[in-house]
Design a protein around this ligand. Structure first.
Ligand code: NAP
Length: 267
């Protein structure tokens, strides 16, 4: 028997996803903080799945690079520079998305930052910037994106929280509070928008290899790995796969949930 690949298998080997597997075909998705790390992986996964992605972050150069990588594969991507803490930038991002595509189906609130310190040493401005970047931004985007989704009577909102928002962490009170806030925001928005068929969920990543976790020493990495039952750190693609599921039709009876993607850190 010759070891022949089926048409769909050979398309995948060529890097092309067959049309039948483009589960986000005709969908428009905004992904915040998509210039690198987890946001970039989500944008790439969604674009592969047929979505027109709109990516935003502050670093214009990196954003354009990600956009060029995606469009070079014949996929759709619009890069919009935006600071997610700015109400004006958020409104402009949603407006330009609607001007370009006419509708908005999926919002991924992913942009985030850390500014770690023990509470006794943490400055109020370190508290404010982390809460504003990680939490207020999600409120601003949900508020702006909900209007076109309500009109369409359909939408998906995926907020990126963290295992730290569930269990806390010494030295990360501001970050943990922002991520716990994301969980409360997710559950409340899920209840508010369920009647309009807008599903709102959160993903709680564990320890994922990105710039955010780059500065951790190899000793600390070893200690963290010991805490992970699957015995490895996560990759941005692990989060992107969960986001793709939540954005797809297959998740149409799931709302108000927090899905841990953490190798079993929290069981
Ligand atoms: P990252 O590599 O540091 O990327 C953060 C992204 O957010 C960048 O694209 C950054 O772009 C953007 N961003 C930050 N501040 C922004 C602002 N004011 N306006 C617009 N964009 C902004 O981090 P990551 O690891 O991919 O993290 C992504 C999300 O996952 C975050 O919410 C993080 O808290 C969460 N998370 C990460 C881990 C992990 O282990 N890595 C674990 C749990 C949760 P610019 O700098 O260009 O603006």
């Amino acid at each position: 028997m010759p070891n022949e690949l089926s048409e769909s298998e050979s398309q995948k080997v060529m890097g092309n996803i067959p049309d039948s597997e483009k589960v986000l075909k005709n969908k428009v998705a905004i992904i915040t903080g998509a210039s690198r790390g987890i946001g970039k992986a989500i944008a790439q996964r969604f674009a592969e799945a047929g979505a027109s992605v709109v990516i935003c972050a502050r670093n214009d150069g990196l954003l354009k690079k990600v956009s060029a990588e995606i469009t070079s594969k014949g996929q759709q991507c619009l890069a919009l520079r935006a600071d997610v803490t700015s109400e004006n930038d958020v409104a402009e991002t949603v407006k330009k998305t609607l001007d370009t595509h006419g509708h908005l189906d999926i919002l991924v609130n992913n942009a985030g930052m850390v500014r770690d310190n023990l509470i006794a040493r943490m400055k109020p401005e370190d508290w404010d910037i982390v809460l504003s970047t990680n939490l207020k931004s999600a409120f601003l985007f949900i508020s702006a994106a909900a209007k076109p989704m309500i009109r369409k009577r359909s939408g998906r909102i995926i907020n990126i929280t963290s295992v730290i928002g569930i269990r806390g962490n010494a030295g990360q009170a501001n970050y943990a509070a922002s991520k716990a806030g994301i969980i409360g925001l997710t559950k409340s928005a899920a209840r508010e928008f369920a009647s309009r068929n807008i599903l709102v969920n959160a993903i709680a990543p564990g320890f994922i290899v990105t710039d955010m976790t780059d500065q951790i020493s190899s000793e600390q990495r070893e200690l963290i790995t010991k805490e992970i039952p699957l015995n490895r750190l996560g990759q941005p693609e692990d989060i992107a796969n969960a986001a793709l599921f939540l954005a797809s039709e297959r998740a149409s009876y799931i709302t108000g949930q927090v899905i841990n993607v953490d190798g079993g850190m929290i069981i």
